[in-house]
Design a binder for this molecule. Structure first.
Ligand code: NI
Ligand code: MN
Length: 219
């Protein structure tokens, strides 16, 4: 499988048959790795209702006939007729590509009464954890049992974990690999990802892959 970074918290994870797209903030992102019209997906995952995560989910889903995964409340932001598969934290939804579990996140959702989430996706026997926007939490320790292959963790600070807490998250999750996200999109989120890589690898032995926007890594 291939994990492509499209900037901010947007990743396109592809296997032979499937193209899973996370938090597709593309046309509104000043440093996006693609235009929404050029991205094809079979399934789209939206962690919460902030604009930098919903992004172009609806237009891509409509054009591609993709299913959107979101919590019940976040799903309420999408137009009627959109193909939705909804869940809540702790719940697993089996799917043709493998399945997805909704994980907890500490963050606003932009929907009254709704929560922000992360996703633990199974694809081709691999487990990928997209943390969404979140602060560090002890819930992340529960993911150790899931044997996460790749953890996509925010490091931008201010609205989410910063690099130091993302290092602590890595110690709790114990994934095989970490890819940082949600940084450098705007000056307030500026972080030194290469220093994060050095610090995490020295402290935990977990491999950190820093992807430039548009770059990808194979699993
Ligand atoms: Ni947010
Ligand atoms: Mn955000």
């Amino acid at each position: 499988m291939n994990i492509k970074y499209l900037g901010h918290s947007c990743f396109l994870i592809t296997s032979k048959e499937y193209a899973l797209l996370f938090d597709p903030f593309l046309n509104g992102n000043p440093s996006s790795g693609a235009k929404a019209d050029d991205v094809n997906a079979t399934h789209i995952f939206v962690t919460h209702g902030h604009d930098d995560h919903i992004g172009d989910a609806v237009s891509i889903a409509t054009r591609c006939g993709a299913t959107i995964y979101a919590t019940v409340e976040t799903a309420g932001l999408f137009p009627k007729g959109a193909a939705l598969d909804v869940g809540q934290m702790g719940g697993f939804i089996p799917a043709d590509f493998g399945g997805v579990k909704f994980t907890s996140a500490i963050h606003g959702s932009n929907v009254s009464g709704g929560l922000s989430c992360g996703f633990l996706v199974t694809l081709d026997g691999k487990k990928i954890y997209h943390a969404g926007d979140t602060g560090l939490s002890m819930d992340m320790a529960l993911l150790e049992d899931d044997n996460v292959d790749v953890a996509l963790l925010p490091i931008g600070d201010r609205f989410t974990m910063g690099p130091k807490d993302a290092l602590r998250a890595t110690k709790l999750i114990k994934p095989k690999q970490v890819i940082p996200m949600h940084y450098n999109t705007w000056p307030v989120l500026n972080q030194d990802a290469s220093r994060f890589k050095k610090d995490v690898e020295a402290a935990t032995g977990v491999k950190v892959t820093v992807l430039a926007i548009g770059d990808s890594v194979s699993l």
